[in-house]
Design a protein around this ligand. Structure first.
Ligand code: AMP
Length: 562
């Protein structure tokens, strides 16, 4: 049966297994990523039972990368990208060189040719987009200075890889010691052509894309069809990525990033970003599953020492180089550590590179296996690096507070780390959500000088509020510790002004558990939602539609039935 429908079975088995193992991982307090990767190992050819189609899994993963990079582009502007170029370009180049040299060294020790070592080292030098972005998104660092540097760095690595993939076949002959290989001048040509194509793509996007894409989205938004709007977002992100790869030979990821960046200049971008979220998450999960599928767990027993050395280069060699150069540029330790932690893993580019290397006869199969196993181990250990980073930052905060030194080295905005700092506010109003409803509420409360704390999960909104001097906690109010940090126990009331009553119900229940007497007012769109929110402990639930009806009746001088 599954042989007839390989696409369906790969998607379904992948998502179901990832869900089950992800849930188990969450229960035992490790990152769900580990569960997704193990789901892949179970579906892979090296373990008994069902074997999914690797090619299909890889393509699904590629869609995940496109949607993720599109999302990143939406939060990025050209200005952001250029503002980090001074550190991202030299940083990425030095770090790629160091990791590549270490890889060549290990290759030598394992008796491979120089070419084999070079491919191996390059594969170890590039970080995975998906892993990096997931880590930054989980910690809400995408919009911070550290996050921007990490992403800029990633873009440079991406460009370097595009160049490598083009150059490798051209210099393979030379590397294998065949006299008929490339000369310097014959190498210059492919480099120039590739750079020309990348430049062509960027210019095309800035000149044509910048006009056409926002225009198209505005037009679709005006048709009023949500379905068409969603479709437009996907068509643009996937279409530009694919077109860019087809016409300009740049990677899907880079194409999608630019499509997103162009869109970020229009005010519709936030809506566009939200439309891509659910699919983006599903495909990101499939990415991890597809990585897991590549790995033969037996390599741990077969080649323990070379594997250990490979993992060491990925986790420590690369990080040390990145740390050193970021510090050298005068950035604080916290920034350097964030960049190091972000880069201490490898992923999709490495897979593409090693397959090419093996195909060209440069890299032995053993090298590919080591890279694959190194990838899965580094991806599994990556959350650990971030946990250590969180701990380091928390310690630093504690020390800074003890010394009451306001001049903290890190100028960055507060990001949620463990544990979240608790607000000093008392007798205040806690407002969850600052959209159409929340913004009206907050304006009125500010005019009345009522102490206010907002919990909001959209970074742009957060920045705006902070610039107005409003205390904000960034993130999903339903996440652990958020309500404690907002001191709902000491608050005058909680206003849950978000449209999703399911999530609203969770927030209400959590708040109710913290304080039996807190007045909780929530927002609903239907009778069922009212019942749901009241059941979870809301004192008053306002149904938007009813209030609109009342206001309309008022306008024509009629009164609403009670
Ligand atoms: P609106 O429907 O226009 O009133 O917007 C709702 C606002 O609530 C948006 O700005 C969302 O980003 C925000 N929001 C939705 N869910 C949550 C949540 N669970 N925690 C924090 N903010 C949220």
């Amino acid at each position: 049966m599954e042989h007839n429908t390989p696409l369906i079975s790969t998607v379904v088995v992948g998502l179901v297994l990832a869900f089950i193992l992800g849930l188990v991982a969450q229960r035992i307090r490790v990152s769900p990523l580990v569960g997704y990767l193990l789901a892949g190992v179970l579906m892979g050819p090296f373990t008994p039972g069902y074997v999914a189609d690797q090619n299909i899994a890889n393509e699904l993963a590629e869609i995940g990368i496109i949607l993720l990079m599109f999302g990143v582009g939406l939060h990025f502007s050209l200005k952001d990208l250029l503002s980090v170029k001074n550190i991202a370009i030299p940083g990425a180049i030095v770090q790629i060189s160091v990791a590549t040299l270490l890889g060549i060294g290990l290759g030598e020790a394992l008796g491979w040719s120089f070419g084999g070592g070079l491919v191996f080292g390059l594969a170890l030098s590039v970080a995975s987009t998906v892993v990096l972005l997931r880590a930054l998104q989980e910690r809400r660092l995408v919009d911070s200075e550290r996050g921007r540097i990490a992403i800029g760095w990633l873009i440079v690595e991406d460009l370097a890889m595009v160049l490598t993939l083009v150059l490798l076949p051209a210099i393979a002959g030379l590397l294998k010691g065949e006299g008929n290989g490339a000369s310097m001048s014959s190498l210059a040509m492919p480099v120039l052509i590739t750079l020309g194509k990348v430049a062509g793509f960027v210019i095309f996007m800035l000149v044509v894309g910048r006009r056409v894409i926002p225009m198209l989205l505005h037009y679709v938004a005006h048709t009023g069809s949500r379905e068409l709007f969603r479709l437009a977002v996907f068509a643009i992100s996937l279409g530009v990525a694919f077109g860019a790869a087809l016409v300009f030979d740049v990677s899907f990821a880079l194409g999608a990033f630019f499509a997103g960046m162009i869109l970020s200049e229009s005010e519709l971008s936030q809506r566009a970003a939200n439309e891509t979220l659910p699919l983006r998450d599903a495909f990101a999960v499939l990415f991890f599953v597809s990585v897991g599928m590549l790995v033969d767990p037996a390599i741990i027993l077969r080649e323990p020492l070379p594997l250990l050395a490979t993992v060491f280069i990925i986790l420590f060699g690369k990080s040390a180089a990145a740390f050193g150069i970021v510090r050298l540029f005068g950035y604080p330790t916290s920034t350097a550590l964030t960049i190091s932690a972000s880069l201490a893993q490898i992923g999709e580019f490495s897979f593409i590179l090693v397959s090419l290397g093996v195909g060209l006869g440069l890299l032995p199969d053993r090298g590919r296996d080591l890279v694959l196993a190194g990838a899965i181990i580094s991806i599994m250990l990556n959350p650990l690096f971030f946990a250590l980073l969180d701990r380091f930052l928390a310690d630093k905060d504690a020390k800074a507070a003890a010394a009451s030194e306001a001049a903290a080295v890190d100028k960055e905005k507060a990001v949620p780390r463990v544990p979240l700092p608790e607000t000093q506010l008392k007798d205040h109003v806690v407002l969850v959500g600052h959209g159409r409803v929340g913004s009206v509420v907050s304006r009125a409360l500010r005019l009345n000088n009522t102490p206010l704390l907002v919990i909001e999960d959209t970074p742009g909104v957060v920045e705006r509020l902070q610039s107005l001097g409003v205390e904000v906690i960034t993130g999903n109010a339903a996440a652990p510790d958020m309500l404690q940090a907002a001191n709902v126990m000491g608050a005058k009331g909680l206003l849950v002004a978000i449209p999703d009553a399911f999530e609203g119900g969770q927030i209400v229940a959590k708040a109710r558990a913290l304080s039996p007497t807190l007045p909780i007012i929530a927002r609903a769109h239907s009778e069922e939602e009212i019942a749901h929110l009241k059941h979870h402990g809301a004192n008053v639930v306002i149904m938007g539609e009813q209030e609109i009806a009342k206001a309309m009746l008022l306008q024509i001088g009629a009164t609403a039935p009670v």
